[in-house]
Design a protein around this ligand. Structure first.
Ligand SMILES: [Zn+2]
Ligand SMILES: [Zn+2]
Length: 344
């Protein structure tokens, strides 16, 4: 079958790969729609330290089961629609032993550390399949990206009725916003992209502030009554935002770091100590987050109309990446429509 591969920085090709017959517990799925992730873009731009080139990118999958191997439970059959969890779990590391599979120490994310889904068919374990029957493929392709923000929002024990400050409106930040609103929080979002701030308001954000605005600090002060915020999310991960986010916390506040900088960044720990902050990290998502994200998309089909900003054909994947590079401020989610393709 024909797969799309990134050979090195900004150099892509279509390559022929073999189909793998399903073994015990495995299924073959036809990829119908593929979402492009920020990590795929980083790979295209040559900025993804976890990638070994060449790599088939892609891990946001909407698919249909086309073949079922031996030992697959009856609930999954030919014609079932769903998505695939793109993470691996070894089952024996301390994280896996404590049930935190999303933080497995040897996780190899699909399309990053192993071949991805930019191909018409793939063979996966049934445990990784999240059934999404009756849903549109475009909704299904959003399950994984929104599950990451959903997981992050749920790191905080209680957000109901609280005023929350969220930095960063990439798809993870947007997933956090959607979940925070579902859980009853009031949310201030902060970003520099006007289109994303406008989108956040349509998604229910209570306030959308431009970080570069001269009034940014005074507006935050006014909204928090001069007390700072009880809950702050950093879905950016730059040195500047880490410091800014810490500075905006109230006494005894909670701060959640979702994005992280790939380099080591110096920052002052004084606010954490002097204000007795609780610091959380958040990584990937658990099966329950996928299921929650799926259920939310199932009951809110209008979400995709807000989130999917662009569509490309599989044959135009290189153009899709080029477009994203040139339109960072306005692209929220690019979906790729996959062709029927040959399985052999
Ligand atoms: Zn992703
Ligand atoms: Zn593990």
């Amino acid at each position: 079958m024909k797969a799309f591969a990134i050979e090195k920085k900004e150099q892509c090709t279509f390559t022929t790969i073999d189909h793998t017959a399903p073994k015990e517990g495995e299924i073959v799925v036809a990829v119908k729609v593929l979402g492009l992730c920020g990590s795929d873009l980083k790979t295209y731009q040559g900025h993804n330290p976890m990638v070994e080139y060449p790599i088939i990118p892609g891990h946001e999958i909407a698919c249909e089961v086309v073949e079922v191997g031996p030992g697959v439970p009856a609930g999954i059959s030919v014609g079932s629609r769903g998505t695939v969890m793109p993470y691996t779990r070894c089952g024996v590391c301390p994280a896996c032993k404590s049930g935190r599979f999303n933080t497995c120490s040897t996780n190899r994310t699909m399309g990053v550390a192993r071949p991805g889904a930019a191909r018409p068919f793939m063979t996966v374990h049934h445990d990784d399949f999240i059934p999404c029957d009756g849903m549109d493929y475009s909704d299904i392709a959003l399950v994984e990206p929104l599950s990451v923000g959903r997981h992050a929002a749920n790191r905080v024990p209680s957000v109901d009725g609280k005023l929350v400050l969220l930095y960063g409106l990439g798809i993870i930040g947007v997933g956090i916003l959607i979940e925070l609103k579902r859980l009853g929080a009031k949310v201030i979002v902060a970003d520099v992209a006007k289109d994303k701030l406008a989108l956040a308001l349509r998604l229910g954000a209570d306030y959308a502030l431009d970080i570069k605005d001269a009034e940014f600090d005074s507006t935050i002060d006014r909204l928090s009554g001069g007390m700072g915020l009880d809950i702050v999310f950093d879905a950016v991960g730059s040195a500047k935002i880490v410091e800014a986010a810490l500075a905006k916390t109230a006494v005894a506040a909670t701060i959640v770091f979702v994005g992280y900088h790939t380099d080591t960044i110096p920052f002052n720990t004084k606010p954490i100590v002097s204000k007795e902050l609780s610091v959380y990290g958040s990584r990937n998502a658990l099966k329950a987050d996928f299921e929650g994200s799926r259920d939310n998309l199932r009951s809110n089909p209008a979400l995709k109309d807000l989130l999917v900003t662009n569509r490309f054909a599989f044959s135009e994947l290189t153009e899709a990446f080029r477009y994203w590079v040139d339109n960072r401020g306005s692209v929220m989610k690019i979906l790729v429509d996959m062709p029927e393709g040959e399985r052999k």
